[in-house]
Ligand binder design. Sequence first.
Ligand SMILES: C[S@@+](CC[C@H](N)C(=O)[O-])C[C@H]1O[C@@H](n2cnc3c(N)ncnc32)[C@H](O)[C@@H]1O
Length: 318
Amino acid sequence: MAGLQEDDEGFQVVKKKKGRQNIKTRNVDSISDVADDFIDTEGLKVKLWQSRQELKPSDFIQDLKETWKLVKQKLESDPAIRSFKDKMISNDSEADPASHLPPELLVHLGQLPITEQIKKSFITSIVCYGLGNFSTCAIARYQLGFLLLLSNMVLVPHSKCFCYDPRFTKSEIAFLKDLGLEVIKENEEGKRVCKEPTLLFMPHCGKPLYNNALWANWGNDNLHNLIILGNSFSSFHERIPEARLFSEASYIAAILPFTTEEKVKNNFKHTDIFNDMAFHIFNSERMKQVPNEIWEQRTEPSYDHIEDLEIILKKERS
Ligand SMILES: C[S@@+](CC[C@H](N)C(=O)[O-])C[C@H]1O[C@@H](n2cnc3c(N)ncnc32)[C@H](O)[C@@H]1O
């Protein structure tokens, strides 16, 4: 992986990192365990705004919108998602907004009734794991700028964007809250159960986090609620021998043949921020084709046998 380092003029110098960072440095239970620090909040706001402004008109975002349209069409054709949408609409008696404002603005002003939001997008929340230290790392900062654009694109208000990284510092947590985003309090190790369609944005996360998210929603009655935007599962498959993938991330390996993947075109000017990303969806009709034996294998993942662990676990699991 490569990293961006800040130079005198800005923050756009790409430096190659040697190998992947080993993140098994400590175990973390909750955000009360995080480090104290001091950041220049105003300076950080400006830098974040700049990254967002660079991203917004880019071909990368325009192409991503097209990819999202495709993903949305595929989700729309899923009977389980359609029935969720119908149920939400029939349960909600709020009047349609009589506004000329665009839906992205209405949703962020809290003025778009849930019915309208669900009609236009099926995603009820975004969960972002593994952003990293955006106050010191330009890659993570661009990814945060992207998260803000993503929430607009899928019409999810900031109050429904839940972020967690055990590396977040106290100031970073306060900064995220100031943006109106939610910060998850506990280290869930990626095991959030999603009862409604949820977009998991997991930029450059290690395999165990994806594996845990799949495990927590394992079964053909729930997995269709996950939409994962993160490292391409098929790339894991191409790069890692099958037996090793099964041993290190058995849920990724098992669901891969039934997963629909839409690759994200990596054409942003800094090529190491959104590389190797794809949307992954788990269509409920395809999930019915998964043999029962596969669903029955649902032992909680354990990573004790992995030397270079790519996840920070809770303390009691060390
Ligand atoms: C390879 S880094 C990616 C950082 C940044 N997004 C990037 O692209 O450079 C993986 C990130 O996953 C985070 N991570 C590890 N365990 C986690 C956990 N249990 N929950 C959420 N994030 C976790 C790490 O702290 C780290 O920031």
